[in-house]
Design a protein around this ligand. Structure first.
Ligand code: ZN
Length: 102
């Protein structure tokens, strides 16, 4: 239904969606923080190896979490999935039911 007006989410659906997106954004942020920490630690001579491993682990795990969350993304209104959206965390509208997600 590409031409129908987007259906508004209910309060519960919107809250659930916001929580999901907040976790996804936090995971992505943590990935960048881990990568930045790893980069700094690699530039610092004599930085302990376990710190580099820890930073790498944080970056890797949070990245995996983000990928998993994005891959398991579901429309809060109809439960349909939309897969990966290039350049965005979520599509503006659910491709299945047309609910506004932005
Ligand atoms: Zn939907």
């Amino acid at each position: 239904m590409p031409d129908s007006p987007p259906r508004a989410l209910t309060e519960t659906e919107r809250r659930r969606f916001r929580v999901w997106r907040a976790i996804l954004k936090a995971s992505l942020a943590l990935t960048w923080i881990g990568l930045a920490a790893l980069g700094i630690l690699l530039l610092v001579p004599g930085a302990p190896g376990y710190l580099r491993i820890a930073a790498g682990a944080v970056a890797g795990e949070s990245f995996l979490t983000a990928v998993l969350l994005a891959a398991l993304a579901k429309c809060p209104a109809c439960g349909g999935s939309w897969g990966f959206v290039a350049g965005r965390l979520t599509p503006e509208r659910c491709p299945s039911c047309g609910a506004a997600l932005a």
